[in-house]
Design a protein around this ligand. Structure first.
Ligand code: NAD
Length: 250
């Protein structure tokens, strides 16, 4: 590895699974001291062991504002100030408009929208000069997909946050960008309670709408996060890196 993140401190929310885990592992391979957060202690412990380079992990629910700040405090006291924040924790939810309950609307918004805002807000006192924040949005954020009204709008909100955060934090020499994956094979649908046939239908839908005719891998996403987290993207802020196999407008 090239040591692109040598002496950097990185926090990856949702770093105990899927895209976040692959990203945390690549960051550690590139020399970063990495802290991962998630909701499940057991997978956090396994992930930390696999990430290596003295990685640390914390249980923190991004939907609970009070659980976020203590994580940054512990990371800073262990590794020093934070250089890279990957705001990646998220859930998927698909439902016809008529069946969306207020409870599900709130749950998805609390994690994918409100949680993202406060994950960044609470990090501000702990971020180094020159820090990079990357938020995981989605290529579907500006598409129309039946059943996606709640999920898609939270992913679009993340893009809006990226632009507003970037404009405001440029004065502190902090860059903020989005990475927008297309379809990537992770446990996200299973965790959302999708039956196998629903998941197969989603995969089929994405395969048809993706000119490259395949899903992306978590490692392909991790390389994008590395670009946005490192000085390789030093002239990029408020932007959106689409890694979606050319997913077409619907
Ligand atoms: P995943 O389920 O493997 O990972 C999601 C992570 O978020 C898990 O580690 C989970 O613990 C964490 N998380 C969820 N709710 C949380 C909460 N309240 N507090 C703390 N952590 C929480 O799924 P993934 O596919 O790796 O998803 C990562 C991100 O990528 C999500 O934001 C998702 O919307 C986005 N995304 C995924 C795809 C895809 O096809 N997999 C496509 C586009 C965007």
């Amino acid at each position: 590895m090239s040591g692109k993140l040598k002496n950097k401190v990185a926090v990856v929310t949702g770093g105990n699974s899927g895209i976040g885990f692959a990203t945390a592992k690549l960051f550690a391979n590139e020399g970063a001291k990495v802290a991962v957060t998630g909701r499940d202690q057991a997978t956090i412990a396994t992930s930390v062991a696999q990430i290596g380079n003295n990685a640390i992990g914390f249980v923190a629910d991004v939907a609970n504002i009070n659980s976020i700040a203590p994580v940054y405090e512990k990371v800073s006291s262990t590794f020093g100030k934070i250089d890279i924040l990957v705001v990646n924790a998220g859930i998927v939810y698909l439902s016809p408009i008529a069946d969306v309950t207020e409870e599900m609307f709130d749950q998805v918004s609390d994690i994918n929208y409100k949680g993202v805002f406060f994950t960044v807000q609470k990090a501000l006192p702990y971020l180094n000069d020159g820090a990079s924040i990357v938020i995981t949005s989605s290529t579907v954020a500006n598409k129309g997909i039946a059943g996606g009204s709640v999920y898609l709008s939270t992913k679009a909100a993340e893009r809006a946050l990226v632009r507003a955060f970037a404009a405001e934090l440029v004065g502190r020499n902090i860059r903020v960008n989005a990475l927008s994956p297309g379809s990537v094979g992770t446990p996200i649908f299973k965790k959302a309670g999708f039956a196998q046939e629903q998941e197969d239908a989603m995969n089929q839908f994405f395969a048809t709408a993706t000119p490259m005719k395949r899903a992306g891998s978590v490692d392909e996403m991790a390389k994008g996060f590395l670009f946005l987290a490192s000085d390789d993207s030093s002239y990029m802020t408020g932007g959106d890196l689409l890694l979606d196999g050319g997913f077409r407008d619907l």
